[in-house]
Design a protein around this ligand. Structure first.
Ligand SMILES: *Cc1c(COP(=O)(O)O)cnc(C)c1O
Length: 643
C-alpha cells in the first residue's frame, strides 16, 4: 500500500494544470490571471483578447532592471478599465433585457482606495460611462472635485458635513456638477438649507435610510436598525415635513442606503433592494420629486473562488447582481405606477480589488524537520522519556487520538520535571524529538482516516515550515491582521514543479501577528500553503492577489515599514506593455518624519556622537566619514530588506 502511494507520487508528472487547481487561480482570477506554459503566473487583462498574457516574472525582471526593490505593488490599469466596463455593461444588459425605463449611473467611493492615481484612473476610464464619485469627507470631496470634469457624472456626498463641506458641495452644484447632499443625520438638513439659501442655490437632497434588512458578512452593522448611519423612518418623515414647509419637496431627489461591504449572499441584496423600493415609493407618495435610487456598495469579490455565501466569497455573479436589482425595482414600482428611477451604486471593492497585486521575495525559511532518534537510548534515560518512546512504538491507525493524548501528557510531565531539576536539558531535548516524531506520524496517518477527530484536524499547522517574506502585513495587508481577511496567495513562478513544502508566511516585522496562516480553499480555510524549496541561486517570488481595495491607506507604519514601491502597467492590444508610472516607496527618512523626526537634525546628532567616539579614541576621523556615509545611506534607503 505505502509502496504504491510512493510510486504513484514519484512517477506521476506534476503539470501546470495541477498548480492551477492547487492554487485555484482560475476560480478566483475572474479571467485576469492564469499560468503560462513555462509555469509563470500571467496577467490576461484584456477580456476580449485572452491570448494577450504578460508574465509577472517578466515584469519583475523589468522592475529590477530599473533599480526598484521588492516588495512592489503592481497596478494593472487595464483591469480597472475592464472592471468598470463589466459593471456598466452588466447593468446595460439587465436593463435592456427587461425594458427598464431608466438608466444606471455608477459612482466610485473614494475611501476604498484614495490614491491619487486610482482616483484619476477611475475618472479617466469611467468617463465613457459617466462614472462619478462618492465622497464621505471633506478631503474626499476635495479630491473628487479635482477630477470631476464630466457634467453627466454624479457626485454623492455622504458623511458628516460641516459648513465648509456644505459650501464646497453647493459651489460644485453652481458649477453644474450633479451633486447630491445625502443626509446622514437629521441635523444636517438645517445647515444645508441655510447655506443654500444664503448662496442662492437649490440643493439636490438625498436621505440615507436605515433598513431593517441585515446582511451576512463582516460588515453587518453598516446596515440594519442598529446601524450608526442613516435616518430612521420617523426622521425621514421629519425631513419631508420640513421640506414641504419650505416648499422644497422638488429638492428631495435621492434615496440612499449602504448595507455593508462584501455581501456574500444575493438574497440579502434582493431583500434590501425591495425594502428600499418601498421607502422610495413612500417618498414619492409624500410628494418628493425623487428620481434617483442609490443602493450603496456591497457588491462582493469572490476571493476564494468558491462561489458560495462564505464571507470571502459571493454566491452570485455581477450579471446576477444587476439582474436581481433591476427586476426587484421594476416589480415593486410598476405595481404602484411609479416611474423607474436612475439607479446609482457605489461599488468600490468590486471595482478596484482585482487591479493590484502585491509581490515580494522570500528571504529565509525555517523548516520543520524532525531529528533522527538515537539507535540506543542512554542507560539512565528517565522513565517518562522511555514511556513517550513506547507511545511512538505502539502507534497504529486505530489509536491516533489516544497516542496524541498520551504524547501531550508525557511531554508536559517531562517539562514539569525539567523545571524541578529532575530532567536535564539534553534529556528534555530527546523527549521533544520523540514528541515531534509522534506528531508527524499522526499528521500523516490521520489523512487515511474517514473521520478525523477534531483535535487532530489542524495538526498540520504545527508541522509547517515558516517562509519569511519581504513585506509587512500591517502595511500592505491590514485586513489580514485586523479581520482575518483571506486573499489568494501563490508563487508566481516554478508552477511546472510540484510544491513539496507546507508553509505559513511570516513578514519582516517579527511581530507575532505579522503572519499569514490562513489561506483560501474551496471548502473552508486552509492552514498552510504549499510552496517550493528555495534555491540557492535564485529568488523565490510570491504574489498576493486582489489587494486593490481597502488595503493601501488602512495600512500603518508598524515597525516603521513604509509604503512599498508601486509600479503601474498598461498592456497594449499586441501584448506589449509599458511601465506607465513608478512611485518610489517610503524611504527611512520619510517614515521617520511621519513620526516627527527631522532627518537633518538626526544627522547632526549622530555626527556629534561619532565625534565623541573619535575623542575617546574609539574610531578614526576616516572611520567617522565611512560611518556617517552609512547612516546617511540608511536614511535615504528603502524601509524593506534590500539585497
Ligand atoms: C464603504 C462604502 C461603500 C463601498 O462599498 P463596497 O462594498 O466596497 O463597494 C459604498 N458606499 C458607502 C456609503 C460606503 O461607506
Amino acid at each position: 500500500m505505502v509502496a504504491n502511494v510512493l510510486k504513484k507520487d514519484t512517477l506521476e508528472r506534476w503539470t501546470i494544470e495541477n498548480s492551477v487547481d492547487l492554487y485555484g487561480i482560475r476560480t478566483w482570477g475572474a479571467g485576469y490571471f492564469n499560468v503560462s506554459k513555462n509555469g509563470d503566473v500571467v496577467v490576461t487583462p484584456l477580456p476580449e483578447k485572452k491570448d494577450v498574457a504578460v508574465s509577472l516574472m517578466d515584469i519583475i525582471s523589468g522592475i529590477k532592471d530599473r533599480g526598484l526593490d521588492m516588495p512592489v505593488l503592481l497596478r494593472f490599469q487595464n483591469i480597472l478599465d475592464s472592471q468598470l466596463s463589466r459593471l456598466h455593461e452588466s447593468f446595460r444588459t439587465a436593463i435592456e433585457l427587461v425594458g427598464y425605463q431608466s438608466q444606471y449611473k455608477g459612482v466610485y467611493p473614494i475611501k476604498v482606495n484614495q490614491q491619487q492615481q486610482v482616483v484619476e484612473e477611475v475618472a479617466q476610464f469611467g468617463s465613457r460611462y459617466h462614472h462619478g464619485f462618492e465622497a464621505g469627507s471633506k478631503a474626499e470631496l476635495i479630491a473628487a472635485l479635482s477630477v470631476m470634469k464630466d457634467r453627466e457624472a454624479c457626485l454623492v456626498l455622504n458623511g458628516y458635513k460641516d459648513e465648509e463641506f456644505v459650501d464646497l458641495g453647493l459651489y460644485a452644484c453652481k458649477m453644474g456638477i450633479k451633486c447630491f447632499f445625502v443626509l446622514e443625520m437629521p441635523s444636517e438638513l438645517e445647515l444645508i438649507l441655510e447655506r443654500a439659501e444664503r448662496l442662492h442655490i437649490r440643493p439636490n437632497i438625498g436621505v440615507r435610510v436605515k433598513l431593517s434588512t441585515k446582511a451576512g458578512g463582516h460588515w453587518t452593522e453598516s446596515g440594519g436598525d442598529r446601524s450608526i448611519f442613516g435616518l430612521s423612518t420617523t426622521q425621514v418623515i421629519d425631513v419631508i415635513d420640513r421640506l414641504r414647509e419650505k416648499d422644497m419637496l422638488d429638492c428631495m431627489q435621492l434615496l440612499h442606503y449602504h448595507l455593508g461591504s462584501q455581501i456574500p449572499n444575493i438574497r440579502d441584496i434582493r431583500a434590501a433592494t425591495l425594502e428600499a423600493c418601498r421607502m422610495y415609493a413612500g417618498l414619492v407618495d409624500e410628494g418628493a420629486a425623487m428620481g434617483y435610487l442609490d443602493l450603496g456598495g456591497g457588491l462582493a469579490v469572490d476571493y476564494d473562488g468558491s462561489h458560495t455565501n462564505f464571507t470571502n466569497s459571493r454566491n452570485y455573479t455581477i450579471g446576477e447582481y444587476c439582474a436581481d436589482i433591476i427586476e426587484t425595482i421594476m416589480a415593486t414600482l410598476d405595481d404602484k405606477e411609479i416611474a423607474h428611477p436612475i439607479i446609482i451604486t457605489e461599488s468600490g471593492r468590486a471595482t478596484v480589488a482585482y487591479y493590484s497585486v502585491l509581490l515580494f521575495n522570500i528571504l529565509d525559511v525555517s523548516r520543520f524537520e524532525t531529528r533522527p532518534l538515537p539507535r540506543k537510548f542512554p542507560k539512565d534515560t528517565p522513565e517518562l522519556i522511555l514511556n513517550l518512546h513506547e507511545v511512538l512504538k505502539s502507534m497504529s491507525i486505530r489509536n491516533l487520538q489516544e497516542c496524541y493524548n498520551d504524547a501531550l501528557y508525557y511531554r508536559d510531565e517531562i517539562r514539569q520535571h525539567f523545571k524541578h531539576g529532575n530532567i536535564s536539558l539534553r534529556e528534555r531535548s530527546l523527549g521533544e524529538i520523540i514528541f515531534w516524531h509522534i506528531v508527524k506520524r499522526i499528521a500523516r496517518d490521520s489523512k487515511k482516516l474517514k473521520h478525523v477527530p477534531k483535535e487532530l484536524r489542524d495538526i498540520d499547522i504545527a508541522l509547517s515550515d515558516i517562509y519569511y517574506g519581504n513585506f509587512s502585513v500591517f502595511q500592505s495587508l491590514p485586513d489580514v491582521w485586523a479581520i482575518d481577511h483571506l486573499f489568494p496567495v501563490m508563487p508566481v513562478h516554478r508552477l511546472q514543479e510540484k510544491p513539496p513544502r507546507q508553509a505559513v508566511l511570516a513578514d519582516i516585522t517579527c511581530d507575532c501577528d505579522g503572519k499569514i496562516d490562513r489561506f483560501i480553499d474551496l471548502h473552508g480555510v486552509r492552514s498552510s500553503l504549499p510552496l517550493h524549496e528555495l534555491r540557492n541561486d535564485e529568488e523565490y517570488y510570491l504574489g498576493v492577489f486582489l489587494v486593490g481595495a481597502y488595503q493601501e491607506t488602512l495600512g500603518d507604519l508598524h515597525n516603521l515599514l513604509g509604503d512599498t514601491n508601486v509600479v503601474s502597467i498598461r498592456v497594449k492590444e499586441n501584448g506589449d506593455y509599458q511601465f506607465t508610472r513608478e512611485i518610489e516607496g517610503d524611504s527611512v527618512a520619510d517614515v521617520l518624519s511621519y513620526v516627527e523626526y527631522d532627518p537633518k537634525v538626526m544627522l547632526i546628532q549622530f555626527r556629534e556622537i561619532a565625534e565623541q567616539a573619535i575623542r575617546k579614541g574609539l574610531i578614526t576621523a576616516q572611520e567617522r566619514k565611512k560611518i556617517m556615509k552609512a547612516y546617511d545611506a540608511g536614511l535615504r534607503g528603502y524601509t524593506y530588506f534590500e539585497r
